[in-house]
Design a protein around this ligand. Structure first.
Ligand code: TEU
Ligand code: CA
Length: 566
C-alpha cells in the first residue's frame, strides 16, 4: 500500500478571522496563525487547511474574492502567507488553501469589466441572461432560489440583463463554459499559490461550475423555503467531470498536490466515486454533506429536524463504503466553518455531558477509514454560542438573510422569529466562527483589542487550550491520544474495512474495522443513559481506550461513552 500523505495525515481547518489576532485589531490574521504553528503541530496533525485569506470585500467572509493573487489587508500580506507556508514546511506539516472559483466578488476586475458593456471582451466571463416578461412584468430567467435566500438572478440596468449568482448578489458566478475563464482560474487562483509552495486545495462548491444552460424552472417552492428542490439542477451539471479532468490534467497533476472538493447534494455513491476514483483523474477526495446536513429541515437548515441514529448510520455507511473494492478515497468530518459545533448537534453540550460527548466524537472521527478532518476548537470541545445570545451577536450573511427573510415575510411576527431563532441556535454557521479560546485571559487570549470582531463564548474560562494542554484528562489531551492511536494503527483505522453491527440500535453505534488479521471494535453511546454493550463481539480483545475508565468485560456503555477494543 503506497502511503500517500494526503490519506494518512489528519487535517486541521483554520478560519483566519477567528483563530489568532496578532496586531490587536480584533480580527484574526495570517501572522497570528504562524505564531501558533507549534500548538497546531502538538496536536499531531500533519496538514493545515486555511479558509480564504484573499483580497475580498467580506460579504461572505472571504468566499467573495476580488483578487486571487492578493491578501485581504486585515489578514496581512502575500509575504505573510509565504512565511506561513514556510513555517508549516519547516515543521514537517503541509498546508492547503481554499479554491473558490464558482464565483468571484462583484468587485473583482473581471466582473467590473464584464458588467461594463456587452461588447467588453470579458462580458462572457460571467453568466448573463435576458429577462422573461409575463403580463408585462419583468421576471428572472428562472425561479431558482439562492443558498442565501432570494433569486439567483440580479438585474443590471447598465447591461439590461440579469446575471447569475447562486450565493450572494455580491458573488457573481463565473462562466466555466468560456475556456479563457478556466485558463485564468488555473493561472491566477491555482498555479500562483502552488508555485509558492501550497500543497493543494480544498475546492469550494466543487460540483456547481457546469450549469444547466437552459435554466429550467425548479418545482414551485414555498416563499421562505431555503432548501429548494433545485439542487439536482444546480449541482453536478453536464460538463462537471470534463472541467475537473481538465483542471487535473493541466494543473494539479503537475504538482504533488492534495485536493478535497466540497460535494453537496450528490446522493448516489456511484456518482461520488466518479469524482474521486484515482483512474478518473479529477479529485483525490470530497466532503459528502449528508451527515452535516442531517438535522437540516425541509424548509431550511434553520428549521432543524430530529434525526434517528439509524439515519446517521445510513449516511455514515455511504461515506465509508462507497470506496469498498475500488480506487476511490473518502473523508471524515463533523465540523467546518459552515456548521454548528458537533458536540451541540450530535452529542450534548450540557455541563454534565459536553466533555464526554466531545471525546466520544473524537473516538468516532479517529477510527474511521479515510482522511479525518478536525476544525479549530473541536479539539477542545468548543460548543455552540449560548442560547441567550440575541440575533445581534450573529454576523453571517446566511444567518441574517434567513432571520430577516422571516421578519419581512411574517411582518416581524414574534412567534415566527422565535422559531427561526431556535434553529439558528443549533445550526447557524456563526457557532464555528466564535474566536478560538486560547486561555482564560481577556477575550480568551484571542486578541488584545477591547472588542473582537465576534463575541467570545461566555465559557472561555472553563474551555480553553492552555488549561486543557496541562490536563491529561481534558478533551484536548484525549484528541491528541486518539490521533496518536490512529497513526499507530493506521492500516486498521485509516485503511481498514468498515462494517456496522446492530444497525437497528437507536442509541449505540457499533462498527468493526478490519485489515488482514487485525480487528477493532468501536462502540459509541449517543444517548444520555447507560446502554448495553454487545460484548459478544469483543471476545479475546483488550480494551485500548474509552472516554471513561472501564474494564473490558463491562457490559454497559455509560452516557456518551466511546470505546475502542483492539
Ligand atoms: O459552501 C457551499 C454551500 O453550499 C454552503 O453554503 C452550504 O450549503 C450551507 O452553508 C449550508 O448551510 C461554500 C463555503 O463553504 C461557504 O462558506 C460559502 O459561503 C459558499 O460556498 C459560497 O462560496
Ligand atoms: Ca489582526
Amino acid at each position: 500500500m503506497t502511503k500517500e500523505w494526503w490519506k494518512e495525515g489528519v487535517v486541521y481547518q483554520i478560519y483566519p478571522s477567528s483563530f489568532k489576532d496578532s496586531n490587536g485589531d480584533g480580527i484574526g490574521d495570517i501572522p497570528g496563525i504562524t505564531s501558533e504553528l507549534d500548538y497546531i503541530k502538538s496536536l499531531g496533525v500533519e496538514i493545515i487547511w486555511v479558509s480564504p485569506f484573499y483580497k475580498s470585500p467580506q460579504y461572505d467572509m472571504g468566499y467573495d474574492i476580488s483578487d486571487y493573487q492578493d491578501v485581504y489587508e486585515k489578514y496581512g500580506t502575500v509575504e505573510d502567507v509565504e512565511a506561513l507556508i514556510q513555517g508549516c514546511h519547516e515543521r514537517g506539516m503541509r498546508i492547503i488553501f481554499d479554491l473558490v472559483v464558482n464565483h468571484t466578488s462583484h468587485l473583482h476586475a473581471w466582473f467590473q469589466e464584464s458588467a461594463s458593456s456587452k461588447t467588453n471582451p470579458k462580458h462572457d466571463w460571467y453568466i448573463w441572461r435576458p429577462a422573461r416578461y409575463v403580463n408585462g412584468e419583468r421576471l428572472p430567467p428562472c425561479n431558482w432560489r439562492g443558498f442565501f435566500g432570494g433569486s439567483v438572478w440580479e438585474w443590471d440596468d447598465n447591461i439590461g440583463e440579469y446575471y447569475l449568482h447562486l450565493f450572494a448578489k455580491e458573488q457573481p458566478d463565473l462562466n466555466w463554459e468560456n475556456p479563457e475563464v478556466r485558463q485564468a482560474i488555473y493561472n491566477d487562483a491555482m498555479r500562483f499559490w502552488l508555485d509558492k509552495g501550497a500543497d493543494g486545495f480544498r475546492i469550494d462548491t466543487v460540483n456547481m461550475y457546469s450549469k444547466r444552460l437552459d435554466f429550467p424552472d425548479a418545482p414551485v417552492v414555498e416563499p421562505d423555503t431555503r432548501w429548494q428542490p433545485a439542487y439536482d439542477l444546480i449541482c453536478n451539471g453536464p460538463r462537471m467531470h470534463e472541467f475537473l479532468r481538465e483542471m487535473n490534467d493541466e494543473v494539479l497533476s503537475k504538482y504533488d498536490a492534495m485536493t478535497v472538493g466540497e460535494l453537496p447534494h450528490t446522493p448516489d455513491p456511484a456518482h461520488v466515486l466518479r469524482y474521486v476514483s484515482a483512474s478518473a483523474r479529477q479529485l483525490q477526495q470530497v466532503f459528502q454533506m449528508d451527515l452535516v446536513f442531517l438535522d437540516f429541515g425541509e424548509r431550511s437548515k434553520h428549521y432543524p429536524r430530529k434525526w434517528a441514529l439509524t439515519e446517521f448510520k445510513t449516511a455514515l455507511e455511504k461515506w465509508q463504503n462507497f470506496i469498498e473494492g475500488n480506487d476511490g478515497w473518502t473523508t471524515n468530518f463533523l465540523e467546518n466553518h459552515d456548521t454548528g459545533r458537533s458536540v451541540s448537534r450530535y452529542g450534548s453540550d450540557s455541563p454534565q455531558f459536553a466533555a464526554v460527548s466531545a471525546k466520544m466524537l473524537a473516538v468516532f472521527l479517529t477510527t474511521l477509514t479515510g482522511t479525518t478532518y478536525v476544525y479549530q476548537g473541536q479539539e477542545m470541545g468548543m460548543v455552540n454560542a449560548p442560547k441567550i445570545w440575541p440575533i445581534e451577536e450573529y454576523k453571517d450573511i446566511e444567518t441574517l438573510n434567513s432571520y430577516n427573510e422571516v421578519k419581512q415575510i411574517t411582518g416581524n411576527d414574534k412567534v415566527a422569529l422565535e422559531e427561526v431563532m431556535k434553529g439558528i441556535q443549533l445550526t447557524a454557521r456563526d457557532h464555528n466562527r466564535l474566536p478560538f479560546q486560547w486561555d482564560a485571559s481577556a477575550n480568551a487570549g484571542f486578541t488584545t483589542a477591547a472588542k473582537p470582531w465576534m463575541r467570545v463564548h461566555d465559557n472561555y474560562r472553563e474551555i480553553n487550550a492552555s488549561q486543557q494542554s496541562e490536563d491529561p484528562t481534558s478533551v484536548l489531551s484525549f484528541w491528541k491520544n486518539m490521533i496518536k492511536l490512529r497513526k499507530r494503527y493506521s492500516e486498521l483505522f485509516v485503511h481498514g474495512s468498515f462494517k456496522i453491527c446492530d444497525f437497528e440500535d437507536e442509541n449505540v453505534l457499533t462498527y468493526v474495522k478490519e485489515h488482514g488479521k487485525n480487528r477493532a471494535i468501536v462502540m459509541l453511546n449517543f444517548s444520555d443513559t447507560p446502554q448495553k454493550a454487545n460484548v459478544e463481539l469483543v471476545r479475546d480483545m483488550a480494551i485500548l481506550v474509552s472516554n471513561y475508565t472501564c474494564k473490558s468485560d463491562e457490559s454497559y456503555l455509560l452516557p456518551y461513552e466511546g470505546r475502542v477494543y483492539i
